[in-house]
Design a protein around this ligand. Structure first.
Ligand code: HEC
Ligand code: HEC
Ligand code: HEC
Ligand code: HEC
Ligand code: HEC
Ligand code: HEC
Ligand code: HEC
Ligand code: HEC
Ligand code: HEC
Ligand code: HEC
Length: 309
């Protein structure tokens, strides 16, 4: 019967003038034991991998289970004694194909829309540039190296910022890049009208990630310092590191304040510019230069509009 069918196809091809159709069976799923002979180390280690879970669910279809859940049906690869063109080999895939492969299972937790338009994806950085399935150092998140070293692999310039005298202690292991960034991309960012997206994580209500840890700066305050609500922490602070005290953007505090409190712009309460530094403040007097000795509640006050207590 089968032979007859094949002949009919050949006949049809001849008649139609098409190149003979090969009606070989599509590759079949063979199950993980078939891999052991030739890839013993990978198979032996696999029980530690979070993806091992996919083999424990008896109801899981073969295309979502074990080795072939990622590498696809392997019968041809096995029959050809390991021809890598006959299997889904990640070393041969374009970034787009890697992404599609992994997102078959991970699109829910990662948010397909975000990962598709993340700056990493747009720059052709796919999952396997950061994750290593078989050579992971930690089974949590399957990163080949410490997270910061994964990132520094491409963002070497950032390492130097975290070595400056005032910094968040990322290099020391107290926090990670992903405390502030989402390497998989973040939803469109509202703060600063999205002018500085930078794949930031968000705290509650689309707030800056800073507020997860610096909760006291969240408020609400009876008297806000509008700069924080509008421009965000980045109006005055650098996030990574600097030589300036308190991670400030400028070494001398009052020069930072005067960037805004100089009467220019159309932004202030009176719509005639951010409040001028009052004339009672004699800036020639060093006492007045250290603005935050008096404006103690620089992030917001519950007592007084002038933020002095
Ligand atoms: C008969 C031996 C043999 C068996 C059985 C076998 N492989 Fe392979 N496999 C090889 C060899 C040899 C290579 C290396 C081919 C090369 O580098 O050109 C390879 C390469 C691969 C690659 C490509 C690696 C890359 O990215 O370059 C993958 C993926 C793979 N095997 C998966 C599997 C899976 C999954 C199974 C079980 C279903 C399996 N293999 C069974 C011999 C085998
Ligand atoms: C979650 C998806 C996934 C599963 C499940 C998976 N692999 Fe892989 N495999 C990959 C990726 C991605 C690579 C590319 C290298 C890397 O990231 O470690 C790879 C690489 C390989 C290679 C090439 C050698 C190497 O280390 O680069 C072989 C061989 C291989 N896998 C075999 C297997 C076998 C056998 C199993 C089952 C025990 C398996 N894979 C399960 C994703 C997977
Ligand atoms: C630029 C590097 C990078 C890329 C590209 C990347 N990841 Fe991640 N991923 C990470 C880091 C770093 C973590 C750990 C985050 C943490 O510890 O909070 C992580 C965590 C995860 C986690 C576990 C926790 C979670 O957030 O759900 C999964 C699953 C994951 N990644 C899958 C993927 C997949 C699938 C892709 C490709 C579509 C991908 N990643 C692309 C860096 C990356
Ligand atoms: C067949 C479905 C499937 C495919 C395809 C798949 N994964 Fe997974 N992945 C899972 C499951 C299931 C887990 C375990 C989740 C858990 O522990 O609850 C997992 C876990 C992970 C984790 C660890 C999550 C953590 O919380 O630490 C990472 C990272 C990850 N996968 C990345 C990838 C990458 C990268 C690819 C593509 C090379 C990929 N996965 C392809 C199903 C899949
Ligand atoms: C394989 C290389 C690679 C790795 C690994 C990598 N990145 Fe990237 N990253 C890029 C590229 C390329 C871009 C887009 C071009 C650019 O703006 O530099 C980018 C962009 C970014 C941006 C946005 C920059 C901007 O100007 O808006 C941030 C933030 C970022 N990466 C953080 C991380 C973090 C955190 C990690 C580690 C979890 C990481 N990256 C790992 C290559 C990488
Ligand atoms: C304390 C929070 C925080 C941590 C931790 C952090 N970042 Fe950032 N990062 C930011 C913020 C905020 C910006 C946006 C700065 C701006 O407004 O331009 C940024 C910007 C960036 C940029 C784009 C601008 C530039 O300077 O090139 C890259 C790339 C980047 N970060 C990578 C990293 C890497 C890699 C790590 C870990 C080693 C890391 N970040 C850790 C908060 C953080
Ligand atoms: C994961 C928690 C965490 C996040 C997120 C975080 N910080 Fe911090 N921050 C800390 C800790 C802890 C310190 C204490 C100093 C240290 O670790 O050496 C600190 C210190 C600071 C300091 C004071 C530095 C000094 O020398 O006194 C400033 C300013 C600061 N953070 C601003 C920010 C800004 C702005 C952001 C968001 C871009 C942010 N932080 C995000 C944990 C965090
Ligand atoms: C208008 C400028 C400005 C903005 C915006 C701003 N800060 Fe500050 N911040 C300062 C100044 C000035 C200091 C130093 C105060 C001092 O001299 O003691 C400081 C100090 C700090 C400190 C260390 C001392 C302390 O009070 O704990 C942290 C942490 C901090 N800021 C976090 C933040 C966070 C988080 C945001 C965003 C929600 C933010 N700042 C927004 C001006 C600002
Ligand atoms: C990014 C711009 C910006 C920076 C930098 C800035 N401010 Fe402000 N500040 C504002 C805005 C906007 C308001 C609210 C509107 C107004 O002043 O009329 C405000 C309000 C104030 C007020 C309350 C004025 C009132 O009576 O309502 C004080 C006091 C103040 N700032 C002090 C400072 C000091 C001290 C610094 C330096 C540590 C500083 N500001 C840095 C933008 C800024
Ligand atoms: C010796 C304490 C002291 C110092 C130092 C100080 N201020 Fe003030 N500032 C005050 C007091 C008190 C008020 C509220 C009464 C007033 O308007 O004079 C005030 C008010 C302000 C106002 C609000 C004015 C308005 O019209 O609502 C601004 C803006 C301001 N200061 C900015 C600054 C800046 C910028 C510096 C640093 C160059 C600074 N201050 C240094 C005590 C101080």
């Amino acid at each position: 019967m089968q032979r007859q069918g094949r002949n009919r196809v050949l006949l049809f091809c001849l008649v139609a003038g098409l190149p003979a159709l090969r009606v070989e069976a599509a590759p079949q799923f063979v199950g993980p034991t078939a891999c052991r002979t030739c890839h013993p180390a990978i198979v032996a280690d696999f029980y530690r991998n979070p993806h091992h879970k996919t083999t424990l669910d008896a109801a899981a279809p073969p295309e979502r289970s074990g080795c072939e859940g990622c590498h696809g049906p392997a019968s041809d690869h096995v029959a050809a004694k390991g021809d890598k063109s006959k299997i889904q080999a990640f070393s041969q895939m374009a970034p787009r194909q890697v992404l599609d492969n992994c997102l078959r299972c991970h699109s829910e937790s990662l948010g397909r829309a975000n990962i598709r338009r993340s700056q990493h994806t747009l720059a052709g950085i796919a999952c396997n540039k950061c994750h290593s399935i078989h050579k992971a150092k930690t089974q949590k998140a399957l990163l080949a190296k410490e997270q910061r070293d994964v990132c520094y692999g491409c963002h070497e310039d950032i390492r130097a910022q975290f070595m400056l005298p005032v910094k968040h202690r990322v290099n020391e292991g107290f926090m990670t890049c992903s405390d502030c960034h989402n390497p998989h991309g973040a939803p469109a960012y509202v703060r600063g009208m999205g002018a500085r997206p930078r794949m930031m994580q968000t705290a509650l209500n689309d707030e800056e990630p800073c507020l997860k840890c610096h909760i006291d700066k969240r408020g609400p305050f009876a008297f806000e310092h509008a700069a924080i609500r509008v421009d965000g922490c980045g109006a005055c602070h650098l996030p990574h590191g600097t030589a300036n005290a308190r991670l400030l953007k400028r070494p001398v505090v009052f020069t930072l304040c005067l960037e805004c409190h100089n009467g220019a712009g159309e932004f202030g309460r009176q719509a005639d510019g951010v409040a001028l530094t009052p004339s009672t403040h004699n800036l020639a007097d060093p006492r007045f230069r250290n603005c935050t000795t008096c404006h103690l509640r620089i992030h917001g006050s519950n007592a007084i509009r002038s933020l002095t207590r």
